[in-house]
Design a protein around this ligand. Structure first.
Ligand SMILES: Cc1[nH+]cc(COP(=O)(O)O)c(/C=N/[C@@H](CC(=O)O)C(=O)O)c1O
Length: 398
């Protein structure tokens, strides 16, 4: 019956977790998956989350199905974070928002919706991008191309090529954008560059799909959504997928959201209904526990403010590890600049290690990172950073 089914090669990111787990070496280090670990190498349970969970647990409550598009307070939380609590676009009820199963679920529901209503549209992702962007959009039936993005020669962005490429696209083509904390490079567009990119998106009537999974890990909660709010100011109609996996440290609770900025309230209502229909056909309704945690934390002023500060502690620890890694490498390899490590933003650093150097650092040192040289900086801490810097310096000498 299933003899024609081919074996799965495994995921380039999630597969690393298993390999790291199976590695018997005591000094092994996991810099693979984009998960925030604290200085003790532990995955934190935020204080604000613990307080919300205490409310959920006492007294014990029944677990009915949530609405297909999630709790109203959850949806409002996504909208307030992304667009701003007092945004006119929200007052005008022009945004359709649904809870989703993580940011991944938001991308899937959005991709299915676009393919259904814009069947001719192609999808373009940054070169490079998060590997699952391609998998999700291809799974929804898109042909997925790449737009020029990372410039290895400068550790920057091929901006002129990017603009020129976007100008060749057709109306309604999807452009998958990272509003901040680019995965895997950590290299973000400046606000002036965003303005130019969004002008082209508007002029060519492209469908911007902004995937933000690290809000708060770049600069701050508002600066990190500059591109989203600028797109609204420019009158663009576009998609936003967001994730609370990282900034609420709720990875396994699968809490994300999809928002669609529409022309008016009537169109937003129609889109909301079609999103509900899509969800019903894929997984019916979102997870309850994570939904209530987000609803409680985001809609209680004291818990919200506590959450923001807890995110900034994570952000600042990552920045501190970037500085220490840069300093250590520059001390070990005099004459070589590693400034790019501290200029990059968010969870990831594109180290510049070649796939061969990555294979060696895994084999000889038990330091796990993605084959493209991406490291999750949040996997570094006071007890492993010297070991990692020594190993990187060793393989970079090759
Ligand atoms: C850009 C981006 N978007 C969406 C997601 C999915 O988030 P979630 O809410 O968990 O469905 C991730 C996860 N990225 C990390 C984990 C993974 O690969 O799944 C990573 O890049 O390591 C992203 O990096």
């Amino acid at each position: 019956m299933f003899s024609h089914v081919e074996p799965y090669a495994g995921d380039p990111i999630l597969g690393l977790m298993d390999k790291h787990k199976q590695d018997p070496r005591a000094d092994k280090v996991n810099l693979g998956v984009g998960v925030y670990f604290d200085n003790d190498g532990k995955l934190p349970v935020l204080n604000c989350v613990q307080k919300a969970e205490a409310q959920i647990a006492n007294p014990p409550k029944p677990r009915p199905y949530l609405p297909m598009d999630g709790l109203p307070g959850y949806r409002a939380a996504c909208q307030n974070l992304l667009f701003g609590k007092d945004a006119q676009v929200l007052k005008d009820k022009r945004v359709a928002t649904t809870a989703t199963i993580g940011g991944s679920g938001a991308l899937k529901v959005g991709a299915d919706f676009i393919h259904a209503w814009f069947p001719q549209a192609k999808c373009y992702v940054s070169d490079p991008t998060w590997a699952n962007h391609i998998g999700i959009f291809e799974g929804s039936g898109f042909a997925v191309g790449k737009y020029p993005y990372y410039d290895a020669a400068t550790n920057g962005i091929k901006f002129d090529e990017l603009i020129a490429f976007l100008n060749t696209l057709q109306a309604h083509d999807v452009v998958l954008l990272h509003p901040c904390c680019h995965n895997p490079t950590g290299v973000d567009l400046t606000q002036a560059q965003w303005d130019q990119v969004l002008e082209v998106v508007k002029a060519k009537n492209l469908l911007a799909f902004m995937d933000i999974a690290y809000q708060g890990f770049g600069e701050d909660m508002d600066a990190d959504v500059y591109a989203i709010r600028k797109a609204v100011d420019m009158g663009l109609l576009f998609f936003v997928s967001n994730s609370f996996s990282k900034n609420l440290s709720l990875y396994g609770e699968r809490v994300g959201g999809l928002s669609v900025v529409c022309k008016d309230e009537a169109q937003a209502k129609a889109v909301q209904g079609q999103l509900q229909f899509n969800i019903r056909r894929i997984y019916s309704s979102p997870p309850s526990h994570g939904g209530h945690v987000v609803d409680i934390v985001m809609n209680d002023d004291a818990l919200f403010n506590e959450w923001v500060q807890e995110v900034y502690v994570m952000r600042d620890r990552i920045k501190d590890m970037r500085q220490k890694l840069r300093d250590s490498l520059e001390a070990k390899l005099p004459g070589r600049s590693f400034e790019y490590i501290t200029k990059q933003n968010g969870m990831f650093s594109y180290t510049g290690l070649t796939p061969e150097q990555v294979a060696r650092i895994i084999k000889d040192f038990g330091i796990y990172m993605v084959a493209n040289g991406r490291i999750s900086v949040a996997g570094l801490n006071a007890s492993n950073i010297d070991y990692v810097a020594n190993a990187m310096a060793e393989v970079l000498k090759d």
